[in-house]
Design a protein around this ligand. Structure first.
Ligand code: FAD
Ligand code: DLZ
Length: 535
């Protein structure tokens, strides 16, 4: 009576629910590299390499721990290149009696999991993914009867529930939130600690060859590849962050600096979302550093809020929003995402920096994602589906459970306010305050209209004016509308003309891929609600 335990690429945790309840003697763990996933959107080359390398190392660890592991490599003969096909083949290979899986983080894959029982004619249990601090049902229960589903309220509830950063019934440090202290500008000449780097071993080197051969046409730089691909390496990264960067995380959390890709950020999201690190242990490590006196409260609280608060909150929103969330388009935005999101070739310095960091690392930090890339896409009226597909493809930490609430909700306001109470729209002044990009930019951040004016400025005002009917009832925006109304009609016309000219000059759109579409040649082997972000 063999049980088949499929483990997906973002389920690389030794304590996974399906493994916890299983016996090594009667189980076969199935892991599958399939082109269908790598091309569901054309994922960044580095993201595919990271996942395949992490999967192969994890399989090796399971085998060393006494599990029977059936690992299907991308190039293996007969690989059907889809989860469904591999489940059927493995069920036949191993004379399986039942399947036990853990629920995927994406509606598309959940639908596939729900069909496995019929496909193989065997029972298939799909267990809840309990690697989070709040379950799907707990979050849904928490939202019930609430007038507002606000991150800050949820976060306080999570602090109480978990006891993280609590002194009895009170928040450690006497306040729940120290965000007001977390918007500093880094002084000139500040230095930033280097990130740990891991030279590819023989397993990873083989993966790099596979990815180059099959997905070399995808966005992003495959090399150099220095990412952590095992739990031991991820723990090293966590220790390094706590020792060298956490203390200043809070102060400079929202800063952007030319040529500095990571600043004081943890860069732990890819490892956490693949399951190499668990959120509780990351929060505990940050709290311990605070309790030991090495890290100030604004840093520890600011960091823990990102994980215990935002990460859990966005996951909860993903599940309550349902499978049609990505189809929401509250602002009726239809413009193609400009081609430079895929090439990095733009003379807007802040966008170029963020896109090129993304290209190099499959990573960009929060303010780049929200206030540069997302803000620009929303201001120009980019189609939210295209924006969603871009984010899902290009970031190593992107899976729908975490990406869609951030993109469809927080950054594009396409959900009309389920996730945030107002759009995160900003002009050039915000980017200038939080970065040193504008100094070297060819556009003048102080100018709203005329030759060389920073496009963010006119786009910001035009966005507000364009969406007045939709947004005018929003109490948090009256000050901005007051600002618009103070412009004389001539200035308002000049802003509109400036935007029309700019939009006409944008490079033609380049929708690379749509979920569900497949191109033969690309198949391998075959074909602010919480109020703690600026606005
Ligand atoms: P740090 O700044 O060090 O933060 C610590 C941790 O907090 C992160 O590792 C992450 O686990 C968590 N976190 C912080 N903010 C969020 C958030 N808003 N949602 C979820 N977790 C959060 N994060 C992803 O993990 N995957 C995504 O696909 C993703 N897409 C995003 C898209 C947009 C438009 C925006 C605005 C944000 C997105 N984020 C996403 C959140 C955030 O930008 C990244 O988690 C962060 O940049 C990862 O870098 P880091 O590990 O250095 O984070
Ligand atoms: C993202 C991704 C990619 C590119 N490739 C694979 C793969 O070959 N095998 C696998 O098990 N998982 C992969 N993943 C992650 C899945 O897409 C992810 O598990 C689902 O989207 C659910 O979150």
């Amino acid at each position: 009576m063999t049980t088949l335990i499929p483990i997906l690429g973002d389920q690389l945790s030794h304590g996974l629910a399906s493994l916890r309840g299983a016996s090594r003697a009667n189980s076969v763990v199935l892991m599958m590299e399939v082109a269908g996933e790598a091309t569901a959107v054309r994922h960044h080359q580095k993201k595919i390499a990271f996942l395949f390398a992490a999967m192969r190392h994890f399989a090796g660890e399971l085998a060393a721990d006494g599990w029977t592991v059936d690992y299907v490599k991308l190039d293996d003969a007969g690989n059907s290149q889809s989860f469904d096909g591999e489940i059927v083949r493995a069920a036949e290979r191993h004379k399986v009696a039942r399947i036990v899986a853990v629920e995927a983080g994406e509606w598309r894959v959940i639908a596939a999991q729900q069909g496995w029982s019929d496909r193989v004619g065997l029972p298939c249990d799909v267990l809840a993914d309990d690697r989070f601090l709040s379950s799907r049902s707990d979050f849904a229960a928490w939202t019930e009867g609430r007038k507002r589903i606000v991150m800050e309220d949820f976060y306080r509830q999570m602090r109480r529930q978990t006891g993280i950063l609590m002194d009895g019934a009170d928040p450690a440090g006497g306040r729940w939130n120290f965000d007001a202290e977390n918007r500093k500008t880094p002084p000139r000449g500040m230095t930033y600690p280097a990130l740990p780097q891991f030279a590819p071993d023989a397993i990873t080197a083989q993966v790099l060859d596979t990815v180059a051969a099959h997905f070399g046409g995808h966005f992003g730089d495959l090399l150099p590849f220095t990412m952590a691909v095992t739990r031991a390496q991820a723990l090293e990264c966590l220790d390094d962050f706590i020792a060298h960067r956490l203390a200043q995380f809070g102060d400079f959390q929202d800063a952007m600096v030319e040529g500095e890709d990571s600043l004081f950020h943890s860069q732990l999201s890819a490892a956490m979302n693949a399951g190499l690190l668990l959120p509780r242990e990351v929060c505990d490590a940050a709290e311990a550093a605070f309790r030991d006196g090495g890290v100030p409260i604004n840093a520890a609280e600011g960091f823990i809020r990102q994980i215990l608060g935002w990460r859990e909150y966005v996951r909860g929103i993903h599940w309550i929003a349902g499978p049609d969330y990505t189809a929401r388009n509250h602002l009726k935005a239809t413009r193609d995402l400009p081609a430079f999101y895929w090439t990095g070739q733009t003379d807007l310095r802040c966008l170029g920096e963020a896109i090129n960091a993304t290209k190099r690392n499959a990573q960009a930090h929060h303010i780049q994602r929200l206030m540069v890339l997302g803000n620009f896409a929303m201001l120009i009226g980019a189609d939210p589906v295209q924006v969603h597909e871009w984010y899902l493809a290009v970031y190593a930490d992107a899976y729908e459970w975490v990406e869609t609430p951030n993109v469809i909700g927080m950054s594009q306001f396409a959900d009309g306010g389920l996730m945030g109470s107002k759009p995160y729209a900003a002009g050039g002044a915000y980017i200038n305050r939080m970065s040193n990009h504008c100094r070297k930019c060819r556009y003048d951040v102080k100018k709203r209209t005329g030759t060389g004016a920073c496009p963010f400025n006119s786009l910001y005002w035009d966005f507000l004016a364009r969406h007045r009917e939709t947004l005018k009832g929003n109490q948090r925006l009256w000050r901005m509308y007051d600002g618009w109304d103070r412009f004389d009609p001539g200035e308002q016309d000049a802003i509109r003309a400036q935007v029309a000219g700019f939009l006409a000059s944008l490079p033609a759109g380049a929708r690379q891929w749509a979920i569900g579409e497949r191109a033969g040649g690309d198949r391998a082997g075959c074909d602010s609600a919480g109020g703690d972000r600026p606005a």
